[in-house]
Design a protein around this ligand. Structure first.
Ligand code: ADP
Length: 464
């Protein structure tokens, strides 16, 4: 029990440690991926922009430039005419809105970028926005339409420069700064890519590691469960074996003790003078020797069954006739019972059966039906066939078997754990062999029982 708890404790602890380690690893991977992601898309974006620059025919802002040029030509003449401050502010607002609208609606850069990402095997869906940094309309005077407070004039950095990489890496927002000079306007704006579903992207990128981690945890948990179950099963078997040895010793000791006592009795002169008592004691010794011999033979037989493979010598037999023979000779054998009824309806089924093993199987069931009885046993043996199988039912009115024991009665060395374990002698092998023989014949055996009411064992064997 202590060992079992230690193993359980160690196993569960190591699984928890493993899960914790995996969580840390995954967290690390997600962190690295989320740091790498903006950098990766940034370098892709640079490549994309270089491609645009390299190709003379493509300028994704052509339409924008055309429209803004036209519009600024008009407003450049309108603005100097406006004297009213209020009206001027309104006009500037209108100009800013127009510029923003045209930039958003008419640029073709996003489509290009998206196609480029896709061609490189990356996520093509992203959000973007365009932020105007500075807008001047230039006529006789320069009209400052809008100026972002953070705007730094980057004329020195040239057209389309990038923001500082550090800032972008941190924010996962990548920007291109653009400067456009039209005939009547000067415009600076930032094109901003924003992966709002960045988590989805990161998950996609770390999916392989995530799946592998989960898989390894599942495998380890399964492995632990299987190992633990095997260990428990081994322990159970070892306990059963110990019980078996105890039972066997007990079984052997009983006739041996009787023989010893009988021997001592014969040593007494008083007994020796009484011929009838000598005969009686000699008979007792003979009977117990036979019993001892039977027990030893049984043990030898068991070990032989264990060592050699089951070699069935099957022959087609009339099941009805065979059953009749087995049950009748059991009925008239030692310890014969009055109430053993049989009823067969096998439809003359002929099954391939090894007669010796089959007889052992039925005898084991009948012996148990008599043995596990606390009153005058009434046993009903019934047989019938369907179109594929023959069925043999052995029903008794004995002590019955609890639900829990029913699960194990066919296990090797298993003996039901009720208080009767010493009252009914046995080694826990009878039903194990019943099952083995039934299975070797291609069939099976089942039990249904109610404690105190009796048990029904049903053997089925295919015959077609
Ligand atoms: P054994 O009889 O040597 O103990 P078996 O393998 O024949 O071994 O039976 C296993 C256990 O199943 C028995 O210990 C007994 O508790 C239970 N059992 C078997 N047959 C019957 C029955 N007919 N009625 C009640 N209990 C039974």
């Amino acid at each position: 029990m202590k060992k079992k708890n230690t193993i359980l404790f160690l196993g569960i602890s190591s699984i928890i440690i493993l899960i914790a380690a995996q969580v840390l690893i995954i967290k690390g991977i997600i962190k690295t991926t989320s740091e790498m992601l903006p950098l990766r898309y940034r370098s892709l974006s640079i490549e994309a922009r270089e491609t645009i620059r390299g190709s003379r025919s493509v300028d994704p802002f052509d339409t924008v430039k055309f429209l803004l040029n036209q519009y600024s030509t008009i407003v450049a003449f309108e603005l100097p005419e406006i004297t009213d401050e209020q009206e001027l502010t309104e006009k500037k607002k209108e100009i800013l809105e127009y510029f923003s609208g045209v930039l958003i609606m008419e640029e073709d850069f996003s489509n290009f970028l998206s196609a480029y990402y896709e061609s490189q095997g990356f996520e093509k869906d992203f959000n973007h926005r365009i932020e105007i940094q500075n807008l001047d309309i230039i006529s006789q005077d320069t009209f400052h339409i809008y100026r972002n407070e953070n705007f730094r004039d980057r004329r020195t950095r040239g057209r389309g420069g990038l923001d500082s990489p550090e800032r972008e890496a941190r924010s996962s927002v990548f920007t291109f700064g653009y400067q456009e000079e039209g005939n009547y306007y000067s415009l600076n704006f930032r094109y901003i890519i924003d992966f709002s579903d960045k988590r989805k992207l990161i998950l996609q990128e770390s999916a392989t590691s995530l799946v592998m981690s989960i898989f390894s945890i599942v495998v380890v948990v399964l492995l632990f469960m299987v190992t633990y179950r095997n260990l428990m099963e081994e322990q159970r078997l070892s306990n059963l074996k110990t019980d078996f040895i105890n039972n066997m010793t007990h079984e052997l000791k009983t006739p041996l003790a009787t023989i010893t006592v009988a021997g001592k009795t014969l040593e007494m002169e008083m007994i020796r003078r009484d011929e009838s008592r000598v005969l009686e004691t000699a008979k007792l010794i003979g009977k117990q020797s036979i019993h001892l011999n039977q027990l030893i033979n049984m043990i030898l037989e068991i070990s032989m069954w264990e060592r050699t493979q089951f070699q069935l010598d099957k022959k087609p037999v009339d099941v009805g006739e065979v059953m009749n023979d087995i049950v009748s000779s059991f009925k008239s054998g030692p310890g014969s019972i009055a109430s053993l009824n049989q009823k067969y309806n096998f439809n003359d089924a002929k099954a391939d059966i090894d007669l010796i093993y089959f007889t052992t199987m039925i005898n084991n069931l009948l012996t148990n039906a008599v043995k596990y009885s606390d009153k005058e046993p009434v046993i009903n043996v019934e047989g019938f066939a369907d179109d594929k199988n023959i069925f043999i039912k052995v029903a008794d009115n004995g002590i019955g078997i609890s639900k829990l024991d029913q699960k194990h009665v066919f296990d090797k060395f298993y003996r039901a754990s009720g208080g009767n374990i010493h009252k009914y002698k046995g080694l826990g092998l009878g039903l194990y062999y019943v099952k083995k023989i039934a299975v070797e014949h291609g069939g099976d055996v089942t039990v249904s029982s109610k404690p105190g009411k009796g048990s029904i064992f049903t053997v089925n064997i295919p015959y077609k």
